[in-house]
Structure formats: C-alpha cells, structure tokens
Design a binder for this molecule. Sequence first.
Ligand code: G6P
Length: 620
Amino acid sequence: MCGIVGYVGPKQAYDYLIEGLFRLEYRGYDSSGVAVHEDGLIQIRKKSGRVKQLADLCEADPLAGTTGIGHTRWATHGPPSDVNSHPHTGGNGEVVLVHNGVIENYGQLRDQLREQGYVFRTATDTEAIAHWVAYELDELVKLGANPTDVATCVTAVEKTLQQLKGTYGIAVLFRDVPDVIIVARLGSPLVVGVGKGEHYVASDASPLVGHTDRVVYLNDHELAIVSADDLQIVHRDGGSQVPNVRVLEQKSEDTDLGEFEHYMLKEIFEQPQSIENALRGRLDDEEATARFGGLNLDPQTLRRIDRIVLTACGTSWHAGLVGEYLLEEFARIPVEVEYASELRYRNPPMSDRTMVFAITQSGETADTLAAMRECKRKGHPSLAICNVVGSTIAREADGGIYLHAGPEVGVASTKAFTSQVTVLTLLALFLGRMRHLSYPAGKRIISHLREMPNKLRETLECHEAVKELAQKYYQAENFLYLGRLYNFPVALEGALKLKEISYIHAEGYPAAEMKHGPIALVDQDTPSVFVVPKCNIYPKVISNMEEIKARGGPIIAVACHGDDRVAELADDVIYVPEVDEYLQPLVTSVPLQLLAYHVALLRGCNVDRPRNLAKSVTVE
Ligand code: G6P
C-alpha cells in the first residue's frame, strides 16, 4: 500500500520518479505526487487519480532538479484528493516528505503541534510527521544547530521517529540541504538502489530494474542518509551499519506486457511456466521426494513436527486451505490455516513442535509479517512461502521456499496462487516421505507434478469458451461458487476473483453447505458456478447441482473433458483436463480466473487496478 520513490545523483530526478511511480502504481492509485529540489526550494506537484494524471500535470508544468522524492497513494487517513496527496510539507516548506504506513497517534501529535502554531491543511496522518520534523528542526536551530548541516536534519528525523506510534516508510527532503534524502522504516518496506555516483529509493525493487542491480534492503528501525556518492545507515539502537549490498535478479522484460492487454491476462497465461519454475530443481526422482534449498531445518527437527500452522491473507490464505488438505493427506500432520490478521492478536496454544508457514506473494503484507513475527517470538520455526525475493518476510523468516513465479503485477493474484499450491504440494510430498508416504506413492506424485505445466497449457485452451460465457452472464449481480474437498478453496478463490475485479457480489461455499443458507439466494438471475471435476465424492456434488437446478438457478460447471452427466445438468460447461484429485486446484482455478477477467472487462472495470484495492497491503 502506497509506493515511495526517491533519486539523488547527476540526472534529472523527475524521470526516475515518474517511471518508478508507474511501476509502483499497483501498491495504490488514489493519487500521486513528486517533489524536487530546485534553486533552493522544494517544488511539489501532486494530483488525485492515477499516475498518468500526475505525469500530464508535470508535462504542462515541468520540474527540474537532481534530488527528489515521489509517492503513489492508497488512502488510509483522508479521502483521495489533491490536497491529501503526498508529498506533504512541514513548517513553512523547510521539510517535505512522503510516507507509507499508518501513524496511530497522529491525532495527539497534531493537537500538540497546533498548540505550537502549526497549521494543518490536510486530513492525513502524514502531515503530522512532516510538521513534527519541522518542529524538531526548529528546536535544534534555536539551540544553535545549523539547518544546512545534514547531521541536524538526521537528528530532527530521529527525534520525530521517537514520537511515532504505528508504521512508516518515509523519505524526507530538507529545503536547506539540497542533495540528500533521509529515509527510514518501521513496518513498511524500503530499498535503496546503489548506482554509480547516484542512489535510488523505492518501496520495492521493481522501479530499480534497468537502473541498477545493486540493492540494500532497509530493516526496521534503520534510517539511511542517501546522497549521490554516499549511503549511510544507522540503527536506532546503535550507530552505523555497513550497507548489505545484494544483487537483484529481476529483469525489465519480466514486467513488460508483451502481447497482452492486461497484466492479469498475461499472468494467467504465464501459469504453465510459473508452475514449471516452482518445480525446477525440486523433484528428487531417486528418493521419490522433494528437495528444498532454504528450509534451514534439520531432518530431526522436521520429523518432530506434529502440527503445522499456515498463515496468510487473501488469495494466499486460499492457497493455504488447499495446503491443509494436501499436508494432512500426504504428511498426516494436523494443519490449521489462520488469517494472519487474527493470528497476530490471538494466543492459540502451540507447542515447540508446531511449525509455522507464512504464505505470501509480496512478502510485505503487514498482518502476515506481524503473525510470523509473533510466532517467531514464541520460538516456533517460522518459514515463508514467498514470491518476492528479498522482501521483508523472506528476509525475516527462519527459512522458506520461493515461488520463482516472476513479478505479479495485476492486483488480483493469479499465478502466485497456482505456484503456492504447487509449492505446498511439494512440501506435502517432502514431509510425507519423512513419515508415512511410500516410495511408489512419492514416485507417482512426482510424475503427476511433472505433467502439470502441460496440463495447464491444455487448460488454457478454454479461453475462448470462457470469453463467450462471460458475454452471457456478465450482467448478473450475484454469483455462487460451489465446490467440495480440494475444490472448495477453489470456489472461494473464484468468488474472490470475481468480487475483486468486477465488483459483483459472489460467495464461495462448500457445495453441500449451501443448503444451510446460500440456497435462499438462488433464483433465475443468480448463477451458481460448480467446480465439479471427477473426484471421490463426484456423485454428491452432482446431487448438489440437482438441488440448485430444481430451484431454477442457472448452473455453470467446471468439469473434466467428456463429462456427459455434468453437460446434461448444467446450462454451460467449461472443460478442463482430468488430473489427480489433489492437483485439481491447479487446473480448475484457471477458468475461474479467466471468467472474472472477462466479466470485469465487459463491465468496463479496470482489471489490473480494481477500485479500493492494492496489491501489497502494508497496513494492518
Ligand atoms: C492483497 C492482494 C491479494 C493478495 C493479498 C495477500 O489483498 O490484493 O491479491 O492475495 O493481499 O497478499 P500477499 O502478498 O501476502 O500474498
């Protein structure tokens, strides 16, 4: 949520800032703004709406200068408007800053500052930080400090941070120090790109791609003093840190749209490849198991584990539900799937034999991070299943498994979901083979997993059929999504996709459970999407379909090729290839992603940037 950029060096800052904001727009798109040092003043341009509107504004009224910061906003405090857009000004323009996070005590800070004569012009929490930095600066100057001295500015920021309750990633410019940006983080990500005689700042590494591949991830309670030739990092508790420079592997082609109209569609079509990437190097034919490089737990500890907690948010939580079924079936270990936002404040009894996995695409979701930290604090091995390399959760976890799905830009998660399910299948195989799972069973799982990229290619052949189907149903105002066992989480995920991008009310339910409430919603205008590939309880799902049909509800089914029984019952069928039951979510989720995509397009919605949402939710 919210994206931050910054540049200091010999080039025009605006060029990187605006390009970076376009790349970070997935983090929030309520408004955006930039600030650049120009002739002893800090010039600001900001605008509600998309980054494109800011770019138009800046084209009409250009900025020139080689030090600057920028921000794209997902509104928390104060509605999206020009005035509430970042950057915000402190004092009389001596401080300008951008912020990602939430300041919980901003009301109290604002009241204190008002008493001191500071005038608030916005409804944001951020303005209180800007004024407080200006206030501290003023106090220091009164005591004789020099405002053109970087050390004075650093002290003003440090003193301000001591006042803040909540989370922040901030980048600050000082009017009287034209070639320095001060950045600091607690809870919200920040990364510094190291160039030749220049430095870049960003909320994640995507804006840095093409500019530098050398990056330094800031940790909580660290503050960095960034100038063209120098990067100094100080920790709240003890002096300077040596910057830990890492090499970024991302390439710019990874985030190009290519032949596709939207990132969501591109990412749906990348799934054969992303699943292949998740499997690469991890199938051990000889031992009939999976191999992981980074779990960082010895076999003895892994064998002692008697309970697994999977914690996540959104789509990742749905992948966790599939993981529960997989791990319990293959490894025979009891699993619970917890919403991270609940787990972080609960105190469930967990023994030292409980292992925790945080599942997250971005590796930055505030609640997932907090839940993982809480579990770590209590001594449970806490690992991550994560896509973004170098993200906060990936760095703080005791170990983990990367998805290697490549950047996911569309706000509605697609390929990350199927990659998470793939990795969870590998994990179930791995832990299963340490326990009850036989060698032949392990071999069978491996050979079926190997077929999945091709099965996904085959599944994507349903695209045209789904497109036609969307035409028939896109005006419906309510949908039910129903499935059982492995396809129950798929039903939840299908409903979530539709809600997220087409704003249609949709509910996912276990198919039999719909008799306990949702069936009351069924009428001729409410389609039920049944996820009904061949499975152990297939006849039961067919009965559930009959129940809907008897009440006049239209039925869309996702079924295996050649399923005549379903064809008879359903109004429309989307066919997918037949795979083993535990692998079905990988194929059955795909037509539901496509359905949501086409329905949203037909309703004129912004598929990649749905209203009110953000890709990376870094506030709780
Ligand atoms: C947001 C995104 C979802 C995502 C969820 C969890 O709500 O819009 O697509 O599933 O966050 O994100 P994570 O990065 O932790 O998987």
